[in-house]
Design a binder for this molecule. Structure first.
Ligand code: SAM
Ligand code: SF4
Length: 343
């Protein structure tokens, strides 16, 4: 249940940075979708015949850097670049170099399918990228091809090795657990954390638009995944020092070099600790991953709205970030697929 909102100051008075909402949450983390285009078509994420947005609707590099600067001035300190697939964005290395020069931004991470990391990991690290999450749902090359529709697992492993060699750490592996596709592999994935200093993150499948039925029929809860892992590999020990803002509370298997995390958006929502805002590739500020409410930043920017006025509008929009998602009331986001938000 949502706590009683702090209604002072009322929404029509001027707000001051840092970005915060009416529940008192400070919003310091921005996830930026660089593009809605992807070089894969994971079955739970987007249909094979997906049509992408025309280029003129997507933020240019200059627009993206301007919005990033504005957001940093409003209190954003941490950025995660995502997609679609962020590595297919042209000029990515230069874009990250420019973002890294922003004095307000102290952490730049990326979520990627890893396909292009063999050639990009090194230059991205040199440009200022700090770390990556790589999505790998299965260790079986045949199943990998089925889930991604045409992806090559060996290339992704080469990408992961390139990321580790380039110092993009801590390295995290995202695993969306889907019943009947890869739920029988959660133990094998957990074993990776025994010998490698990686975090394996199990994600509950979330429903979006046309893909919602698939997600609702195949979701596997974190509790079920944890139980499977513990039965096979022993007790999971919580790692001390968890600050509550990361949706995945970290655990360690006995003697493991790495760790495990469980992102339980469906079964154990973590809205109270949410410090996130999202910027879509077409320049909309999305206030909650699982709610359709958005505030247009790119439109006013292109119309030449004064940047102090735009900042005030962003502060006001963020102030009204909803407490949490509406899944329990049957509200499923319809406006965009996950690939158009980026996770
Ligand atoms: N293309 C990149 C990748 O796959 O890592 C970045 C974008 S992708 C949308 C970000 C993350 O969201 C990936 O780990 C992906 O597996 C996950 N994802 C996609 N659709 C999802 C869904 N319906 N529910 C939960 N996670 C999802
Ligand atoms: Fe592309 Fe990532 Fe979606 Fe897979 S999960 S289709 S790699 S955006």
């Amino acid at each position: 249940m949502a706590p009683t909102p702090d209604l002072s100051p009322p929404s029509n008075v001027e707000l001051r940075p840092p970005l915060h909402d009416l529940y008192g949450r400070q919003l310091s983390y921005l996830r930026i979708s660089l593009t809605d285009v992807c070089n894969l078509r994971c079955v739970y994420c987007m249909p094979e015949d997906t049509r992408f947005r025309p280029r003129h609707e997507i933020m240019s590099d200059d627009e993206l850097l301007t919005i990033t600067r504005i957001m940093a001035e409003l209190g954003i300190t941490k950025i995660r670049l995502t997609g679609g697939e962020p590595t297919v964005r042209p000029n990515l290395v230069e874009l990250i170099r420019a973002m890294a020069q922003n004095p307000g931004i102290c952490d730049i991470a990326m979520t990627t399918n890893g396909i292009l990391l063999p050639q990009l990991a090194e230059p991205l690290a040199r440009a200022g990228l700090h770390r990556v999450n790589i999505s790998i749902d299965t260790l079986d090359p045949v199943k990998f091809k089925q889930i991604t529709r045409w992806g090559d697992l060996d290339t992704v492993w080469a990408g992961l090795e390139a990321a580790a060699a380039a110092g993009l750490q801590p390295l995290k592996i995202n695993v969306v657990v889907t019943r009947g596709f890869n739920d029988d592999e959660v133990v094998a994935m957990a074993r990776l954390s025994l010998a490698h200093p990686w975090q394996i993150r199990y994600i509950e499948l979330m429903p979006f638009g046309s893909e919602a039925d698939f997600a609702q029929n195949t979701v596997v809860t974190s509790a079920e995944t944890r139980q499977r892992i513990q039965e096979a590999l022993g007790p999971l020990q919580p790692i001390p020092g968890y600050d509550g803002r990361d949706p995945a509370a970290p655990y360690r298997l006995p003697g493991a070099l790495g760790s495990l995390g469980f992102i339980s958006t469906i079964s154990e929502p973590f809205c109270g600790g949410c410090s996130r805002l999202r910027l879509t590739a077409d320049g909309k500020l999305r206030l909650c991953l699982l709610r359709d409410g958005e505030f247009d930043i790119l439109g006013p920017l292109r119309r030449g709205v004064d940047s102090e006025m735009l900042k005030q509008q962003i502060l006001q929009a963020a102030y009204h970030k909803p407490w949490g998602n509406g899944l329990a009331d049957g509200e499923i986001p319809q406006l965009r697929l996950m690939s158009q938000i980026g996770g």
